[in-house]
Write a protein that binds this ligand. Structure first.
Ligand SMILES: *Cc1c(COP(=O)(O)O)cnc(C)c1O
Length: 372
């Protein structure tokens, strides 16, 4: 098979795919001089509300600030412990730390590498205030199991759904289970803008009122400052692009599921691999595959082999889970997560892939193990 280039993510291709439409959207915003807290933002927020079936949506600066604002709105602060899966981006833990709380990383499940509800329960202490479910790789955790643990111990469930937009558990969207849910619109995320962007969503009116204040300097509708807030607003150019992309987001989700099904059929028989759950594996889960994260024997050699063939593959979070950050004071072992991080590898999963690209990736993975 001839060599082709299948980068892990192709930023230029995203723009090129609909260049004229994007430029028209941006020109419209620029011509109106509507940059901050204008119509484009409120329209996007309304459309995201309908998509998620949630009562309140706030566009904010990015997915990290979304978590920080959500934690503040829920009163998480000094002295509070917050449990989260170690298989997440540093942002989840950093947000807890930055509001004065203590992030407590726990183990993941071996079958789907999501937060393990039993591990979360084992980590609950008298200081535990909340559990953050991280809806990683475009999958929603088993929220029944988590809700059960949280209710029995009287702690809040919160959601970092930065990687979960549109994924569902028993028909309900990621981000709408917790006291609040957060999203990231970083360019390589499921719904990406051309810069940084994020959202925090909630069904709770009181939390919504605080979120509205916190993201805009604590100013109420009359412009009066009523509490300490910050500047964390999604700007209108990004909101307008996101609103445009949201219109065809159903097609994006379908395409990602199609790619996952293709990988499943092309690689599912290799005993050296463990693939993520297939799109039709469990009717309770609707997965949208932000990433396609496999477990692989001889992971580093496989990655190097793919690189020679022009294929971008990488372990998530540069290969380090939260509890592996010694510089941040963590010093612990989490057996399932530790084993997972010795083997995990993300292979290309994005909207720029052609069917031939997907076949090329799969062929080369097979080729690597054939040679072994
Ligand atoms: C991307 C991401 C974030 C942070 O989002 P930003 O928009 O980059 O701040 C938080 N949590 C998870 C799981 C992410 O993947």
């Amino acid at each position: 098979m001839s060599v082709r280039s299948v980068p892990f993510f192709n930023y230029q291709a995203v723009f090129k795919a609909k260049e004229d439409e994007y430029m028209a959207v941006l020109r419209d915003v620029l011509a109106r001089g509507a940059y901050i807290m204008q119509r484009d933002l409120s329209e996007f927020e309304d459309n995201l509300k309908s998509f998620l079936k949630v009562k309140h949506v706030f566009g904010v600066a990015d997915g990290t600030n979304a978590i920080i604002l959500g934690l503040r709105a829920c009163g998480v602060g000094p002295g509070d412990e917050v449990i989260l899966p170690s298989h997440t981006y540093v942002a989840t833990a950093a947000a807890v730390q930055l509001v004065g709380g203590t992030p407590v990383p726990v183990d993941i499940r071996a079958d789907d590498h999501m937060l393990d509800a039993a591990a979360a329960e084992a980590a609950i202490s008298p200081r535990t205030k909340a559990i953050i479910a991280v809806q990683v790789n475009g999958r929603t955790c088993d929220m029944d199991a988590l809700r059960d643990v949280a209710d029995r111990h009287g702690v809040m469930v919160l959601e970092d759904a930065a990687q979960g937009l549109g994924s569902r558990f028993k028909g309900k969207c990621a981000g709408t289970f917790g006291k609040f849910g957060t999203f990231s619109f970083y360019p390589a995320k499921l719904l990406g803008c051309f810069g940084d962007g994020g959202a925090v969503v909630t069904d709770d009116d009181a939390i919504a009122e605080r979120l509205g204040l916190l993201r805009d300097h604590g100013r109420n509708a009359d412009g009066q400052v009523v509490e300490w807030g910050t500047n964390s607003r999604l700007d209108n150019m990004q909101a307008a692009i996101l609103d445009f992309k949201l219109k065809t987001y159903d097609e994006d989700m379908a395409r990602r599921r199609q790619i996952a099904a293709a990988y499943q059929s092309l690689l599912g028989d290799l005993e050296q691999l463990r693939l993520p759950p297939a799109p039709d594996a469990d009717p309770r889960h609707f997965d949208v595959y932000q990433n396609y994260e496999i477990e692989a024997d001889r992971r580093d050699e496989l990655r190097a082999f793919l690189k020679e063939r022009g294929i971008g593959a990488m372990p998530q979070w540069a290969g380090t889970p939260i509890h592996g950050f010694r510089e941040l004071g963590f010093d612990m072992r989490l057996p399932v997560t530790d084993r997972f991080f010795e083997r995990c590898l993300m292979i290309p999963m994005n909207m720029s892939l052609s069917d031939d690209d997907v076949a090329y990736v799969a062929d080369n993975v097979r080729e690597f193990y054939r040679r072994a």
